[in-house]
Design a protein around this ligand. Structure first.
Ligand code: ADP
Ligand code: ZN
Length: 655
């Protein structure tokens, strides 16, 4: 979402630089062409005036330029006369005197005859006449180069478009290619983002709050001998609010905010990246205290020396080196703090993380239910709602959504309502918006045979039934057999957000995942390939139980997980014999849960069938439909109790 926004801002703007450049060139060309240098600056007169002056002996000499124009130089005495006061004085430039008058005479032969007749007349006047052609050198040059200038300009414009750069900046780039493309937000460009606009993210906000403090009263820290950090790295998935957070820092500290993306440094011209970095820091220092925000720093900050396939790497390395140099170069008293964002801290060059550079890392995670609720509240503010929306409900409907996704849902809901001609946005619009963002547009026209549809319905109904019956399986939100994107059917669950998972929870979840295949087996006595992703998930989970979490009795309380992340290569950290035990354990666990699912479904075959039939008709069913068929959920009391319990521990004492 953030990305889209940026592009939108850039594209349609046509840079004024282009127009300036063009106007200047055209103006010069016209100027230089229409009149010579000298002629343009002297006073224009009529030929008859000139003959008058000449007869009175005021004229010292005449130049005839290009057979078209006459330039008149007056004598010293004449210059003192009242009539000539308005003429251009010729004494300004002693070495190349300027003509005092100029005019165009029309027919050259007639003109020359007239001059000769005055010269020949017996009045003591003789005015020498010289002829020359003046090459309008600069004008000609510009004129003949004009097509080239235009072609080169258009070429650069197109190249920059193609290389993904902004079209808008292109015109300016011709003149200042090495200048940083940073967008500056300061008091004038009233972008007043504050911590109020950032929902959730408590931990990150707290850490960032400190940076605001550094910027506001640096003396408080430096007086005790402390050093103010130069940089902090915001790490998190796209759309989690990293840019927003950085803007809020600038807004809270009331300092200018330079924002640009790592890819803005990387250009096809050699050396541009480094000089842009230099320029950026120079600008920031001039405006200090200030914040520099570099989005997607991995574009320049990738570990050096890796993946050396193309020449552009050298350019990136130069840029990175320049960045490191700049960060080392400015003292702690400069009051410029660099914030950078990435979703891949692991690929960054270690040198970036060294002390005095980005030595702080702030993690920005996907929001949990409570945070999603807060984010909804922020983005619902500008939306006209037809009823009081249940924000809790919306938050629960959107597990795994990022802040940007939620902003998108709110916007999309408003668009959907508008499209349907509504005066305000209601709950259904929000649900539709969630649907749209979750699964891409529904593809109702995907061709599925009747049998396939039935199989899918029973498969999904199997998941739903099993998870309904089990105490620890995640509660179901919605089941659909409308194909979306890649999948033919889908079930949405509401995972409890837990920090510690107990074995019975894992087993119940595995049982529910196997419910799809079990239902196919129970109803059709046939299984299909439709359970691939279920099996993948279950196998991974079982393996983790045995080899990572030490939850298998036969293998014991040990783990083969290595948190240091050192790769083992091809050798396994256990013997062949243990490998056999592990494999046996994994398949036993899965088989046990599969049988459990089958048994559950056989005991509830009628309800399963009923559910599948509803699903075939409606294509989408919700929790309410399940309740209607199955009655109250088993273990409802236990589940509620656990929920209360977990909220208590959250509020009160920690374990
Ligand atoms: P990132 O930089 O992490 O990719 P952004 O900061 O650009 O993400 O977030 C994009 C948009 O998503 C923001 O402009 C904002 O509207 C919304 N958003 C993301 N996180 C939050 C949040 N915690 N609170 C409120 N809005 C958020
Ligand atoms: Zn399935």
């Amino acid at each position: 979402m953030a990305k889209d926004n940026k592009n939108l801002n850039k594209k349609p703007k046509f840079s004024p630089y282009w127009i300036y450049g063009f106007v200047i060139v055209a103006f010069l060309a016209i100027q230089l062409f229409s009149s010579g240098f000298g002629g343009s600056s002297s006073k224009k007169i009529n030929p008859s005036d000139f003959f008058g002056f000449m007869e009175q002996g005021d004229v010292e000499k005449i130049e005839i330029v290009n057979g078209r124009e006459a330039r008149v130089y007056l004598t010293k005495d004449a210059l003192a006369k009242e009539v000539h006061k308005k003429s251009k004085p010729s004494s300004i430039m002693p070495f190349s005197p300027q003509p005092n008058y100029s005019f165009e005479f029309g027919e050259q032969e007639l003109f020359q005859k007239k001059i000769e007749s005055i010269n020949d007349a017996d009045n003591g006047v003789f005015v020498p006449t010289t002829f020359f052609t003046e090459e309008n050198f600069i004008g000609n040059m510009i004129f003949s180069l004009l097509p080239f200038i235009l072609i080169i300009g258009v070429w650069i414009f197109i190249m920059r478009r193609m290389s993904g750069g902004s079209g808008g900046g292109a015109g300016g780039q011709i003149f200042n290619i090495g200048k940083s493309k940073a967008k500056l937000f300061d008091e004038k460009t009233d972008v007043k983002t504050s911590f109020k606009d950032v929902a959730g993210l408590e931990g990150a906000k707290e850490e960032v709050q400190e940076i605001v403090d550094f910027l506001k009263n640096p003396e408080k820290y430096t007086s005790l001998g402390g050093k103010i950090p130069k940089g902090a790295l915001l790490v998190g998935q796209p759309g989690t609010g990293k840019t927003l957070l950085a803007k809020a820092v600038a807004g809270e500290a009331k300092v200018p905010f330079f924002s640009l993306s790592g890819s803005d440094f990387v250009e096809m011209f050699v050396g541009v990246g480094a000089s842009r970095v230099r320029d950026l820091f120079k600008q920031a220092k001039e405006k200090s205290p200030a914040i520099i925000f570099i989005d997607e720093i991995d574009a320049i900050g990738r570990a050096r020396g890796k993946s050396n396939f193309s020449g552009s790497n050298d350019e990136r390395e130069n840029t990175l080196n320049q960045l490191l140099t700049e960060m080392d170069g400015f003292g702690t008293n400069t009051n410029v703090i660099v914030l950078a964002a990435t979703n891949r801290a692991d690929v960054l060059d270690k040198a970036l993380m060294r002390a005095g550079r980005f030595d702080r890392q702030i993690f920005v995670d996907l929001p949990d239910v409570r945070e999603r609720k807060e984010i909804f509240e922020v983005h619902l503010r500008p939306i006209k709602q037809s009823e009081k929306l249940d924000v809790d409900f919306l938050a629960k409907q959107t597990p795994g959504f990022s802040g940007a996704d939620i902003a998108n849902v709110c916007n999309e809901a408003a668009l959907i309502a508008a499209r349907n001609g509504k005066k305000a946005v209601d709950k259904q619009d929000f649900l539709d918006a969630v649907d749209r963002i979750v699964g891409g547009l529904e593809k109702k026209n995907k061709i599925i045979t009747k049998d396939e549809k039935k199989a899918i319905a029973f498969h999904e109904a199997g998941h739903a039934t099993v998870s309904w019956m089990l105490e620890h399986a995640a509660p179901l939100v919605k089941v659909t057999i409308v194909p979306r994107g890649q999948s033919l059917g889908a079930a949405w669950y509401l995972p409890e957000e837990r920090l510690i998972v107990r074995p019975e929870q894992m087993l119940d979840e595995m049982c529910a995942s196997l419910g799809g295949r079990a239902a196919e087996k129970v109803i059709f006595n046939k299984i299909s390939t439709g359970a691939l992703s279920d099996l993948e998930k279950v196998t991974k989970q079982a393996r983790a139980m045995v080899t990572i979490y030490g939850l298998s009795e036969k293998v014991g309380n040990l783990t083969y997980y290595d948190s240091s992340g050192q790769e083992q290569g091809f050798t396994k950290p256990y013997s062949e014999k243990t490998a056999e035990v592990i494999d046996k354990e994994i398949s036993d666990i899965i088989e046990e849960q599969y049988q459990r699912a089958i048994k559950l479904l056989e005991n509830n075959k009628n309800k399963l069938t009923e559910l599948a039939e509803v699903l075939l008709v409606k294509e989408v069913i919700f929790k309410d439909n399940l309740e209607k068929i199955f009655g109250e959920r088993p273990f409802k009391k236990e589940i509620e109790e656990r929920l209360i319990q977990s909220q208590k521990t959250e509020e009160g004492e920690e374990e």
